[in-house]
Ligand binder design. Structure first.
Ligand code: UFG
Length: 338
């Protein structure tokens, strides 16, 4: 069985991807430092799949320990690289911490991969690299214009991988995620943020009575109801795109591939909240606040390239996204601590 090393494998998207990898028959090695995740996520992935994960608690800035992992784990077929800091606002306040973690951590990883002749990688990028797009839906060849240190770090890592492909013929798949939401249908794993910065986890916590109200960040955008439109993608669909990417590295090796991962359909903040009310049956109090700095009116994906080249299609719609998010939230009011 092929071995896949997953950095950040106990995090939100990482843990869901581990399930899909194990179900597809891969051996999974997780490297995570638990800076934004817990060991319980790995335990649950093992329970859901009835399969074992090999785990190493290592921070990517600790190159020596990372090197030991690659030394111990021979014949790694590919790396899926999730481990990174990801809060946009925090990245503006602490750019050096973000660049050190995301860039230096990634460079350590890539150098260790090179030293151990591991030359296949799937990289977790973001629609944030498009900044405020000129048109939507966005195609992969749209202008790259990130607007904050988090986004810049993603742009830089994409470039480092593109250059490494050119120099060393690595197989590279860059996945640009739109807005990942929802949880595994089992309700056993899900997003567990310390503080919810994103819309869906925030709305979930309001529905659960943990927070009082949702502030809608602006209702004066040039959109039908005035609130921001995003392309929400079910985390299980997103996880499956990673398995398809590993397959792509086999059928089309030594190349760089870049794919948007979204559904192609946009929903406004008001539509999300209204759907959440309907599905949960809960009252969700809202207030209109000012626009959040850096936010854009609309961001949706043109997914035709991933549909064609990866043979991947989003299977779940908004209903499944919100049902699964609510199943996780309502059974785990305190996340994994519940
Ligand atoms: N929003 C609110 N209230 C909230 C939180 C969000 O109204 O409490 C609105 C935002 O203004 C936006 C929409 O809900 O219109 C979605 O906001 P999120 O914070 O959930 O997601 P973003 O689109 O801002 O950002 C996400 C990821 C980034 C990634 C980006 C790519 O968090 O990491 O998508 O588009 F870079």
């Amino acid at each position: 069985m092929k071995k896949i090393l997953v950095t950040g494998g106990s995090g939100y998207i990482g843990s869901h991807t581990c399930i899909e990898l194990l179900n597809a028959g891969f051996d999974v090695i997780v490297v995570d430092d638990f800076s934004n995740s817990v060991a319980e996520a790995i335990n649950r992935v093992e329970k859901i799949t009835n399969k074992k994960i090999t785990f190493h608690q290592v921070n990517l800035l600790d190159k020596k320990s990372l090197n030991n992992v690659f030394h111990q784990e021979e014949n790694i077929h590919a790396v899926i690289h999730f481990a990174a800091l990801k809060a946009v606002g925090e990245s503006v306040a602490h750019p050096l911490e973000y660049y050190t973690n995301n860039i230096t951590g990634s460079l350590n990883l890539f150098e260790v991969m090179k030293n151990h002749n591991v030359s296949n990688i799937v990289f977790s990028s973001s629609a944030t690299v498009y900044g405020d797009p000129e048109t939507t839906p966005i195609k992969e060849n749209a202008k790259i214009q990130a607007t904050n240190p988090y986004g810049h770090s993603k742009v830089m890592m994409e470039q480092i991988l593109i250059d490494t492909n050119i120099a060393h013929q690595w197989g590279v798949v860059i996945l640009r995620y739109f807005n990942p939401v929802g949880a595994h249908p089992s309700g056993k794993i899900g997003e567990d943020p310390e503080y919810p910065n994103n819309l869906l986890p925030f709305v979930s916590q309001v529905a659960a009575g943990i927070r009082e109200q949702v502030t809608i960040f602006g209702d004066d955008y040039q959109t039908p109801d005035g609130t921001g439109i995003r392309d929400y993608i079910h985390v299980v669909d997103l996880a499956r795109a990673h398995v398809k990417s590993i397959e792509k590295l086999n059928t089309s090796p030594k190349q760089t591939h870049i794919f948007n991962v979204g559904t192609g359909t946009g929903y406004s903040v008001k539509q999300i909240i209204e759907t959440f009310r309907r599905i949960s049956g809960k009252k969700i109090k809202t207030v209109i606040g000012p626009r959040r700095p850096g936010d854009i009116a609309e961001c949706t994906a043109d997914t035709s390239l991933a549909n064609k080249e990866l043979n991947w299609h989003a299977e779940f719609g908004l209903k499944e996204m919100i049902e699964s998010a609510w199943k996780w939230q309502s059974t785990h009011p305190n996340g994994y601590k519940s």
